[in-house]
Design a protein around this ligand. Structure first.
Ligand SMILES: [Zn+2]
Length: 409
């Protein structure tokens, strides 16, 4: 089996759960041995040299920061078209919700995605995936939800599967059956259609998605509608997620706890009781601060959510509403607006995000995990959310192999 050594990491952050700051388990002058794509040993460069192990390749970090590859647990990156004019509409006083009500937003992306061919959607989305990889993402979740009907959702899922094969990184697919109500349906009619036709067909597919997600929000789908959808999804063998309380307290946090969701995402307006229930039921809280910025709404209370006992995860929420391809920007905002520490932000984009995808073999560099890591041209993890906007990702390794970043798209 192929052996790769990483040496001379000024700070090797393994996100293994211990150490100081808590959880980072950082090693000064760190080294790592990957065998067959998995982490086989972690320690200092000095210790590694003493062992005298023969390897096939060496990655020298030259004193720089090395972290696990980022895990992006929440994206809608599979779509066609764009909505850049919405920034002007918002500047003139329109809101996310009023744009949606006028047939824009998700409804417009659904029209554009339905018109596009599978090949075109895969090409446009592959470009976005490549940008994420350049910024250090090695595992990504991608949702459907712009299909509008059964054929559209199947086409999107196929596009996501193509991305998984072509992108060189792990792609987790989520069926987002309840995203917006297409024109010509009431919410209740569309729910019946999804439960009767779409969910059964999607969950019968050979490579069915692992997760099912829905948009629980005033004016979109109610907690009662989402509850029916999530129960049916669970019966169909999918693990559950929910877009909860982004714009208003819609009972999403309590619903996520009650249904035993893997994660509840957004949580900007959740009530304290719902968050405590989530903490008790071990529901991971996925925070998406760039989306709060793009939608012009308040930020989630990261400290309160953590105090309620929830593991925190961060994601880009890459979508036509908030076209964000940079984990570093998200971590910067998490530190400045949500008052998370750099260590908390990094953990939320690695181990915490992996938990939101029910994975423990990514988002950390423990022995046995995938050898997915990033060399940053930065001195330590505190710089990740601090010096942002330039290109500080030096090299990205997936399962012990260096990805060719110039060809990533
Ligand atoms: Zn979303």
């Amino acid at each position: 089996m192929r052996r790769l050594a990483l040496v001379n990491a000024g700070e090797l952050v393994t996100c293994s759960g211990g150490g100081d700051p808590p959880g980072l388990d950082a090693i000064e002058d760190g080294a790592l041995l990957a065998v067959g794509g998995r982490v086989a040993w972690v320690g200092t460069t000095k210790e590694f040299r003493r062992k005298g192990i023969k390897v096939d390749a060496v990655a020298d970090a030259h004193g720089r920061l090395v972290t696990p590859g980022f895990v992006d647990p929440h994206t809608h990156l599979a779509f066609a078209g764009s909505r850049e004019d919405e920034l002007e509409r918002k500047a003139r006083g329109e809101t996310y919700s009023s744009i949606l009500r006028s047939g824009g937003g998700i409804l417009r992306t659904t029209r554009e995605t339905r018109r596009a061919s599978l090949r075109s959607i895969a090409a446009q989305s592959g470009d976005r995936l490549g940008q994420l990889v350049r910024n250090g993402v090695t595992t990504v979740e991608v949702k459907t939800g712009y299909g509008g009907d059964l054929a559209g959702e199947v086409k999107l899922l196929r596009a996501i599967r193509l991305l998984g094969r072509g992108g060189g990184i792990d792609v987790e697919a989520t069926f987002m059956g309840l995203h917006a109500t297409p024109a010509g349906f009431s919410a209740a009619e569309y729910l019946r259609y999804v439960l009767g036709k779409v969910l059964p067909a999607i969950s019968a597919m050979q490579d069915k998605p692992r997760f099912s997600d829905c948009f629980c929000e005033r004016g979109v789908f109610t907690a009662a509608e989402c509850s029916k959808y999530l129960q049916a999804s669970r019966k169909a063998g999918l693990a559950l997620k929910v877009h909860a309380d982004e714009f208003s307290d819609s009972g999403g946090a309590s619903l996520a706890a009650e249904m035993g969701c893997v994660s509840a995402d957004h949580l900007g307006k959740s009530d304290a009781e719902g968050l405590r229930e989530m903490g008790k039921r071990n529901v991971t809280a996925v925070l998406l601060p760039m989306t709060s910025s793009y939608s012009g709404i308040g930020f989630a209370d990261a400290k309160g959510i953590a105090a309620a006992g929830c593991t925190l995860a961060l994601g880009t929420d890459l979508s036509p509403n908030s076209w964000v391809e940079s984990p570093q920007l998200v971590m910067g905002l998490a530190c400045t607006a949500l008052r998370m520490t750099p260590a908390e932000a990094l953990l939320a984009f690695t181990a915490g995000a992996a938990k939101a995808l029910r994975r423990d073999d990514v988002g950390n560099l423990r022995v046995g995990s995938k050898a997915d890591f990033v060399i940053h041209s930065l001195p330590n993890h505190r710089f990740l959310p601090y010096r942002v906007g330039g290109r500080y990702v030096e090299a990205v390794f997936k399962e012990g192999r260096r990805l060719a970043l110039n060809e990533a798209s």
